[in-house]
Ligand binder design. Structure first.
Ligand SMILES: [Mg+2]
Length: 343
């Protein structure tokens, strides 16, 4: 029988190999919640919530108390009718990382029941994807060293964190560009600039012949007008991350013509909204990237299967599991960075 018999939450802590610094935030470790859904036949589905207080106001200390409430809401539902479970979890929109973990664990349990991998349940559009790797904020010297290491180890797309110091950020891009010729760059300001600073940043890079492939979240998450101003004054594509949490945010961004790219993260949207966002963005002829918070291989597994299944993404920023210390790799995919393959 494919009915849900039990759901458990477990807190897990992972240290970063190197403290991860982005605009307004420094992390030494990630604290996540692993969820396990067990069906009456004994199939187990695994998911992971990696909450972000900065983006979604979520804390593990709050989320852990949802365990009995979610058990009460879902026990007895059949994972083969997974949309019913998704609809219940949509009510938990205020806790999007838990919504993501439960929705994914449901698909994972279904996958075990029917013997078909999750990426195929979601469409099986691709067999492999390529991830980027991120350079966090640091001294110019260290950022260039990190970018070189990433490029030399085979990554073709480098993501660079900026947003705390415009003058230094331009110097960083200049130096990284000189040292990693041929790489593609995603530059993420994590809301650090004003619209005017963001425009000055991209215009200066353009004048130096530095091309960036995507300029992520230059301004405050609530400043949709600011995003639009940057978009129409930038020679490079502009994307929304912190501004694009739910499908309703994305509908507004599309209507306003505020961005070229949407960064989907399961931790902001869950599987249900992420599926809706994929179709909305494709309908609007805009482009998609997929990103992560502080997921381990259990959580990155969710996004890898989602990306392989939908085949919807131009860029995959699924590197958190490469930045965290884990005892064992537990993804149901082949990790050979920068390539992730379906099993
Ligand atoms: Mg971002």
């Amino acid at each position: 029988m494919s009915k849900i018999k039990n759901i458990t939450f477990t807190i897990k802590k992972y240290d970063y190999f190197k403290p991860f610094h982005i605009t307004g935030s420094l992390s030494n470790f990630a604290t996540n919640i692993e969820v396990c859904i067990e069906t009456e036949s004994g199939a187990k589905g695994h998911g992971e919530a990696s909450p972000s207080f900065r983006v979604n106001g979520e804390k593990v200390e709050t989320l852990i108390h949802l365990e009995p409430i979610i058990k009460d809401a879902l026990i007895g539902l059949n994972v083969k009718n997974y949309r019913k479970i998704f609809d219940v979890m949509d009510k938990f929109f205020a806790f999007p990382s838990i919504k993501a973990a439960i929705q994914y664990a449901t698909l994972d349990a279904l996958s075990e029941e029917i013997g078909m991998p999750v990426y195929q349940i979601l469409g099986g559009a691709k067999d492999e994807i390529e991830t980027d790797k991120t350079v966090g904020i640091d001294t110019i010297e260290n950022m260039v060293k990190d970018a070189k290491e990433i490029f030399d180890s085979g990554f073709t797309t480098i993501k660079i964190k900026v947003g705390e110091d415009l003058k230094k950020d331009i110097e960083v891009l200049d130096e990284i560009y000189k040292n990693t010729r041929g790489a593609k760059y995603i530059v993420d300001a994590n809301m650090g600039y004003t619209p005017k600073q963001a425009i000055e940043f991209v215009k200066t890079l353009y004048s130096k012949n530095i091309e960036i492939h995507l300029f992520e979240q230059p301004v405050a998450s609530t400043d949709f007008e600011g995003l639009k101003i940057v978009r129409f004054n930038s020679p490079f594509p502009v994307g929304a991350d912190e501004s694009a949490k739910t499908k309703y945010d994305v509908l507004r961004l599309i209507k306003m013509e505020a961005v070229d790219f949407i960064n989907i993260k399961l931790m902001k949207s869950g599987i249900s909204d992420a599926l809706a966002i994929v179709e909305m963005v494709k309908s609007a002829n805009l482009q998609l990237m997929i990103g992560c918070m502080g997921e381990s291989s259990v959580g990155i597994n969710q996004s890898v299967n989602f990306a392989l299944g939908t085949g919807a993404f131009v860029f995959h920023d699924l590197d958190s599991a490469l930045m965290l210390k884990e005892d064992n790799f537990r993804g149901k995919y082949l990790s050979n960075p920068p390539i992730y393959k379906a099993l």
